[in-house]
Write a new protein. Structure first.
Length: 235
């Protein structure tokens, strides 16, 4: 007989009840720091190696420093010379070089002789610098006015030197004056010419007066060229 309420020693044990829930284990205080939303770096202690903070905060560039991501401003282009000089073609080189050497040989003053010797050397190179343009102008004016160019090089050489003179600063100024005189003459187109006269006003200088039924034009003619002095309405 077995006593009531007691289980025999060889009876199997009952399994635990499955409906019993397990209570969650609270996180430990020393949980992994990666679960935290934000990590605030600890500033290095005073006197610590400055290299320790490189990975945390980039040092700000000092005044005048250039950022690696900022392109340096482009270098300003060099401005070309305002007056590089006067370039000569091959035929002009030969004539100017020969005439400059002849002029240098005829001069007694050392400085002037040296200037025309340098002019000859520059002519051989094909470019007359601004400092020698005045000497070139004088050389051309003497050769043209004296008839030397025509006598030595013929009409073609004289014409070539005349065109070269027109390209110099003084020759360009003469060209502008002639253009102004022609513009004044154009105002008389279609009118009846009533009077035409020339009068001297100085050495190698003259005034040409043209009177029409509508205008009176005065032109000054001298070695430097033609100048329109005045254009007045009324005959």
């Amino acid at each position: 007989m077995t006593s009531r309420g007691r289980r025999p020693a060889d009876a199997p044990a009952r399994p635990p009840t499955e409906s019993r829930a397990m209570a969650p284990t609270p996180p430990r205080a020393e949980a992994d720091a990666s679960a935290s939303a934000t990590v605030t770096p600890t500033p290095p202690a005073a006197g610590a190696d400055a290299d320790a903070s490189v990975g945390v905060t980039a040092a700000s560039p000092g005044a005048g420093a250039t950022s690696a991501n900022t392109a340096a401003p482009p270098a300003e282009p060099r401005a070309p010379d305002a007056d590089p000089g006067l370039r000569l073609v091959e035929s002009e080189r030969e004539l100017v070089g020969a005439e400059a050497r002849a002029m240098a040989a005829a001069l007694q003053e050392p400085e002037r002789r040296a200037a025309f010797q340098r002019l000859a050397a520059e002519a051989d190179e094909g470019l007359i610098p601004p400092a020698l343009l005045g000497d070139l102008e004088r050389l051309l004016e003497i050769g043209l006015q004296s008839g030397r160019f025509r006598g030595r090089y013929g009409p073609g050489g004289e014409t070539a030197m005349g065109r070269l003179l027109a390209r110099t600063p003084s020759g360009s100024e003469v060209g502008r004056r002639v253009a102004a005189a022609n513009a004044a003459l154009a105002a008389l187109r279609g009118q009846r010419l009533e009077q035409l006269s020339i009068s001297p006003v100085g050495w190698a200088s003259y005034t040409l007066q043209l009177q029409t039924d509508g205008y009176t034009l005065r032109l000054r003619l001298d070695p430097s060229g033609a100048h329109a002095e005045s254009l007045e309405a009324g005959g």
